[in-house]
Design a protein around this ligand. Sequence first.
Ligand SMILES: [Zn+2]
Length: 121
Amino acid sequence: MGKALGPRTNFRVVIEPRRLGNFGSISVSDSFFYRGPLADERIAQEYDDRCREIAEQVRRHVDNVSHTSVEFDQEPVCQHCGSTWTESSDDYNGGCCAADEDAQLAREALTTQHPEGGDGQ
Ligand SMILES: [Zn+2]
């Protein structure tokens, strides 16, 4: 086998925030705090705020720190139903829900009416 690990580079310290529902001896699900259609966004905002506060405290109190940043993962989803985006198109997710399918049919109808490209002029 010719493949080996090269030199270790790009060192960084990873700090993960305490879960919202973790109170030490008592722990509840994050969904305990927010309900409804905006729950995921509110929970994400709480984590964002918590992480920025941690980063600020690290900058003030920890030696030999050059830079702190808050990073997160964000996967594309359907704006209508929240399903994982599986298609290469930016407009059509393969009909993951009725709204996605309806929007695609509307776009196809527009293209049929304006076969020159339909740039709205
Ligand atoms: Zn959908």
